[in-house]
Write a protein that binds this ligand. Sequence first.
Ligand code: ADP
Ligand code: MG
Length: 222
Amino acid sequence: MIELEGVWRTYHMGDTDVHALCDVSLGIGQGDYLAVVGPSGSGKSTLLNVLGCLDRPSTGSYRFRSKDVGSLDDRERSLMRQRDIGFVFQFFHLLPRLDARGNVELPMLFAGVPRAERRERAEQALVAVGLSDRMHHRPEELSGGQRQRVAIARAVIMRPALLLADEPTGNLDRASAREVMELLGQMNRDGQTVVLVTHDPEVAARARSTVRMSDGAIVERT
Ligand code: ADP
Ligand code: MG
């Protein structure tokens, strides 16, 4: 489903170049569940951002469902992000003034889904992540684990081909982290392709395969 080949991402800092990604080649199949691990600064977030079209390679190729992402213009890339990719972040990135249902409705609002359908789908999604009694709570009225479950419901509401999660449990206590991992595991068993970044071995162990990064390069795949 996804093929990165010879991808570099270089940042120019004054007169030095920082290679956040060095010659990364990686294939990800439909239905995979991949954990990306490695020390801080090794390029994990950069890799995820490239996969999610939030960033683009300096050189190298990225094919997504046999499309050459590099040849897409900005509009096509943003459509791809909207339709095909769901993102989950360490700090949730929920809108504070919207309740849980409103947050889950947002991607559908951008996609022009009619209001009644939005409501119904958002409510079903919140039921599916175990938050049927929290639809009308705002983020600040939810625990960290509950916030992340809202964020996950929002990330998958457009039924993306690929779900990306950058340290999704990094800000959660053990019990909430387990709940979130249960949820991601369930989604993967239902067919969702998942790529997550973590430095928690317990979290990585739940994925089906692991990519280890060091200094911008993939040094091991298991
Ligand atoms: P990780 O997620 O594994 O901690 P990152 O992908 O965030 O690593 O960063 C990889 C390397 O790229 C680091 O050396 C980081 O300092 C550098 N980097 C990341 N983003 C930028 C940026 N916007 N400008 C300059 N350097 C960056
Ligand atoms: Mg990171």
